[in-house]
Ligand binder design. Structure first.
Ligand SMILES: C[S@@+](CC[C@H](N)C(=O)[O-])C[C@H]1O[C@@H](n2cnc3c(N)ncnc32)[C@H](O)[C@@H]1O
Ligand code: SF4
Length: 374
């Protein structure tokens, strides 16, 4: 079980809320594809020959690459790594890129899953987010994706936007049924420092995000999932049976992954490393064989804290036998700290598994912090 992540650090325009690493200057696209191939070669031993069962192209906007550019990357990966024939190969795509001709080209690549950044089906939200697509494209790209036979895909939705009423959020959720969406990632809008949204709110040019709206939208999501047999398998991720994402699951289960490209993170079980989040610095370093990475080793305490942070967010929860691996003292700490959340019904225990209840999911970060060891 291992994964490869490639970061494609380009976007047509900056969405108001986004602080992922990307550049809106696309000139260096060819150079970047070559550099990603060079990095794959340099780090071919990182996963120690493990079988690759997921390849994920994220960004930025990977759908800005054409099929030949994508195939250059896939051929290089197949040349250097043991890729499982059943590997999940996901391409993050923006609705405005998903034309008939682009999807036709994609049929000649190994891509077998799309993750589409719909965000909302309403123009008012999309304008406030400064998205490059409109509501018509939100609808039409999903029709096209079905017509072209892509039956494994995810859509991203954002809730809690000041422009998004409860009725509109419920309409966005109903579209999961209308368009037979197999997997959805629903994110609460976060105001990240340095983004356009952050500055707009500070200057009073945009309304601030309200906690009570977030909570109401999240509860509506939980209700919708229950009524429509969507498996709420992680706080932000829901899927139809058999459509859970391998990429996401590997990540939460601590499987090793190699992250390629500017700002990409890698993990090999004990050590985490991350590439410089600057396209020019990355290209120069790859070209001149200079360092472009920093890393940290995870102590036993870090590993326990990461386990709690990631697994508590999932339906698999925290397991007693796994926590016991960190010794009696850690288990006692976990046991004592989780008790108040069992009493308040934010956490439920079934046999040897502790899981968040839907109300607990709203407090996930706080509960994890209380469980952390220092
Ligand atoms: C790395 S982005 C890239 C996806 C793709 N470029 C797109 O925009 O469609 C992945 C997702 O994170 C979510 N996201 C990014 N910033 C966010 C924020 N500040 N609050 C909530 N969701 C956010 C969006 O739903 C976005 O689709
Ligand atoms: S949300 Fe996607 S398209 Fe928008 S700036 Fe971020 S990475 Fe780019």
């Amino acid at each position: 079980m291992a994964g490869i992540y490639l970061h494609i650090p380009f976007c047509k325009q900056a969405c108001s809320y986004c602080n992922f690493h990307f550049s809106t200057t696309l000139q260096a696209k060819d150079q970047m594809v070559s550099a990603l191939c060079r990095e794959l070669e340099q780090r071919r031993d990182y996963l120690g020959g493990d079988k690759i069962d997921t390849i994920y192209l994220g960004g930025g906007t990977p759908s800005l690459l054409n099929a030949s550019e994508l195939n250059i990357l896939f051929l290089k990966i197949e040349e250097l790594f043991a890729v499982s024939p059943e590997a999940e190969v996901t391409l993050e795509s923006n609705p405005d890129d998903l034309s008939h001709s682009f999807l036709t080209e994609l049929l000649d690549t190994p891509v077998n899953r799309l993750s589409i950044g719909i965000q909302s089906f309403f123009d008012e939200d999309l304008r406030a987010m400064n998205r490059a697509h409109d509501a018509v494209q939100s609808h039409s790209c999903l029709e096209l994706v079905h017509q072209m036979g892509f039956d494994n895909f995810n859509i991203d939705l954002i809730y809690g936007m000041p422009t998004l009423s409860m009725e509109q959020w419920q309409d966005n959720l109903l579209n999961l049924n209308t368009f037979e969406v197999p997997h959805v990632s629903c994110y609460a809008l976060t105001v990240e420092p340095g983004t356009a949204l952050f500055h707009q709110i500070r200057k009073g040019q945009a309304p601030d995000v309200k906690d009570d709206k977030m909570v109401a939208h999240f509860r509506a999501l939980v209700e919708f999932a229950e009524e429509n047999e969507l498996l709420h398998y992680e706080i932000s991720n829901l899927a139809r049976p058999q459509k859970l994402a391998v990429h996401n699951r590997n990540y939460w289960f601590g499987a090793p992954y190699l992250g390629i490209g500017p700002s990409a993170h890698s993990f090999n079980g004990q050590q985490r490393s991350w590439n410089v989040a600057n396209n020019q610095k990355y290209l120069k370093a790859i070209d001149q064989n200079l360092p472009y990475q920093e890393s940290e080793s995870l102590s036993e305490i870090d590993q326990y804290n990461e386990y709690v942070l990631t697994r508590l967010r999932t339906m698999w929860g925290c397991q007693i036998n796994e926590i016991n691996k960190w010794g009696e003292e850690t288990y006692q700490h976990f046991h004592n700290q989780i008790q108040p959340f069992l009493d308040s019904s934010h956490v439920r225990r079934e046999d040897s598994t502790y899981r968040l209840t839907p109300e607990g999911m709203l407090l996930a970060d706080h509960i994890s912090k209380e469980l952390f060891m220092t």
